[in-house]
Design a protein around this ligand. Sequence first.
Ligand SMILES: [Fe+2]
Length: 260
Amino acid sequence: MRILILGDVIGQPGIRAVVSALKGLVRDHRADVVIVNGENADEGFGISPAIADQLFKAGADVITTGNHVWHHDDIGDLLNGNPRVLRPDNYPGGAPGSGLYIHEGRGGRVAVINLQGRDRMPAIDCPFRRARDILKRIKGQADAVVVDFHAESTEEKEAFAHYLDGDVTVVYGTHTHVQTADERILPGGTAAITDIGACGPDQSVIGFDPAISVRRVITQLPLRNEVAANAATLHGLVVTTGEPAPRAASVERIQFRSLI
Ligand SMILES: [Fe+2]
């Protein structure tokens, strides 16, 4: 099975690029399943039902998110109404939605798990223990297990990948929006990368207008970031499954420059 994963879609430039390029990427990479992180899709903060629809129509099978998913007050309706839109599972009990979806498609069954780190992030439940709980729950139900670990800290992300080595197909980081060049297969057979990068404007500071970002750091005022208005590059990963399940056979980093 070939799994195509795209990083955080940032605002209209990111959405436009996904809508125009994803079908071609699926064809070129012979992808059986597509997973996209949509937590920054709505002008940089959160996701709306209309944007989720756009991403699904563009070819996404499952949408993962992160801490910004809560930006819209009515996000619960989307999360509870569409099980293919995930939020980090390790938010304390009572939060709407779920961080687990088992997709059944061409290549087989893929469990998609969305979790969030705690280092320089909200103090939510332990992602390590939650991952173990979920894996116990879904034992035997999936041919591949894909984990979007939405986290700030490189150390926490690498520790998390090693913690799950051998028990999942891939652990990939999201949230920091800049693709890291450390994709590899760990000794137990799990593919890992610290951050797959974003689907957002090229001339930007993590997707946002550089002029505002520079003013923010210089003045230390809480200026609101705005998505930069220029063409986006799609960053992501292609993982192929190997034997025995849930091992990865290969992992390839991708970058695709959109012209719109
Ligand atoms: Fe993000």
